[in-house]
Design a protein around this ligand. Structure first.
Ligand SMILES: Cc1ncc(COP(=O)(O)O)c(C=O)c1O
Length: 364
């Protein structure tokens, strides 16, 4: 049977080691060994990006990346004051919808999905509107593959003492995060993207002063992270049931991530895959949606050639063992996306490049 390799932006193709961890056994989530496992995961999570461990504490919750982002906003976006949401894709716009659902005051700096964040306009908005105390932005906007310019936005947050709330769902574990320089209050991430775990657990890392500071109205029960923090950082237990086997896989994935050299090493591996695929697609005359320098290492978006629909490309590559991803919204008719996460082996890349060349009628 042909090996199937996932090139969608999570869930990813698991390594054998992580897949084996899923079968570690049947544990009760109310037993001390599971509490210790969650505490170990939380300790490992703050070590994924250098410099975070001393000042940030993680909590782990059941749910996909959206659950973690919504929990972060529900718990830490203020009722008094306002959050400025920056959007240049699906996930930035989703954060604005979450704040509306939780009745939290927000402003929106909406950009075209193909546009870079207009940092000068954001600076002007912060200057003109002193009610804004928090800024919510997506690190890697998976809609297009753009890595937003957090160095500049983060410096702005730090200079103006605005608290940064970061959707790091598709960047955590691979792209660089400089928590101090960005005045990072909290970030949300998930097990099943750059960490190479299994879908079902997600997490929020927040700075100590956010955990210990005055609580704002969460407007939710399940998504109020203070309950998780108070129990997971006391005895390791959680207010609600966590998926035990998914936690086994996440612990193993975090160990593997650290042993392989951490986030910098993972970013380099993804960048190598991106370059190899880009070489093949460019030779075949396929062009990127964004300027190449705007992309993350994690995912790139490619323009469908004239007359080529997404479905036939998807189906042909799937028959060859590769699952690619469609564009969202209006981009659905224009692009396809290839992510570089997960257990993609050198011979998988060779097969993929041969399949792409075959499909687009060029030599690999
Ligand atoms: C940047 C970003 N934020 C949030 C999400 C939502 O995550 P999920 O689909 O796991 O709920 C995604 C999913 O791809 C994402 O890429």
């Amino acid at each position: 049977m042909t090996r199937q390799v996932l090139l969608n932006p999570g869930p990813v193709t698991l390594t054998d080691r992580v897949r084996a961890a899923l079968a570690r056994g049947d544990w009760c989530h109310r037993e001390p060994e599971f509490a210790a496992l969650i505490q170990d995961i939380n300790r490992r999570l703050v070590q994924v990006h250098p410099g975070m461990a001393p000042r940030y504490r993680a909590v782990t919750l059941a749910g996909s990346g959206t659950a973690a982002v919504e929990a972060m906003l529900a718990t830490f976006a203020p009722d008094a004051g306002a959050t400025l949401v920056i959007a240049n894709g699906v996930y930035g716009e989703r954060m604005a919808r979450m704040l509306d659902a939780h009745n939290k005051p927000r402003r929106l700096a909406r950009h075209a999905w193909t546009a870079a964040v207009d940092v000068a306009a954001v600076a002007r908005q912060l200057e003109a509107d002193p009610a804004i105390t928090h800024l919510a932005v997506v690190h890697h906007e998976t809609t297009t593959g753009r890595l937003n310019d957090l160095a500049t936005l983060g410096a702005l947050c730090r200079e103006r003492q605005v608290t940064l709330l970061l959707d790091a769902v598709s960047s955590f574990g691979a792209e660089a995060i400089d928590a101090d320089a960005w005045n990072l209050g909290a970030l949300a991430g998930t097990a099943n993207k750059c960490l190479h775990g299994v879908a079902g657990l997600s997490f929020v890392l927040a700075r100590e002063d956010l955990w210990s500071g005055p609580a704002c109205r969460a407007g939710a029960l399940y998504l109020d992270l203070r309950g998780y923090h108070d129990t997971q950082h006391k005895d390791g237990f959680s207010p609600f049931t966590l998926p035990v086997q998914v936690a086994f896989a996440l612990q193993e994935a975090l160990a593997e991530h650290a042993e392989e050299g951490g986030s910098d090493a993972r970013r380099r591996i993804y960048a190598g895959r991106a370059a190899r695929i880009a070489g093949t697609l460019r030779t075949a005359g396929i062009e990127t949606l964004l300027a190449p320098g705007d992309y993350s290492s994690v995912l790139w978006s490619w323009q469908l050639p004239p007359g080529q629909g997404y479905a036939s490309l998807h189906d042909a590559l799937k028959a060859d063992g590769f699952v690619i991803y469609a564009g969202q919204g209006d981009l659905g008719a224009q692009i396809f996306r290839i992510a570089h996460m997960g257990d993609i082996r050198p011979d998988d890349l060779d097969r993929l490049c041969a399949a792409l060349s075959r499909h687009f009628g060029s030599s690999p």
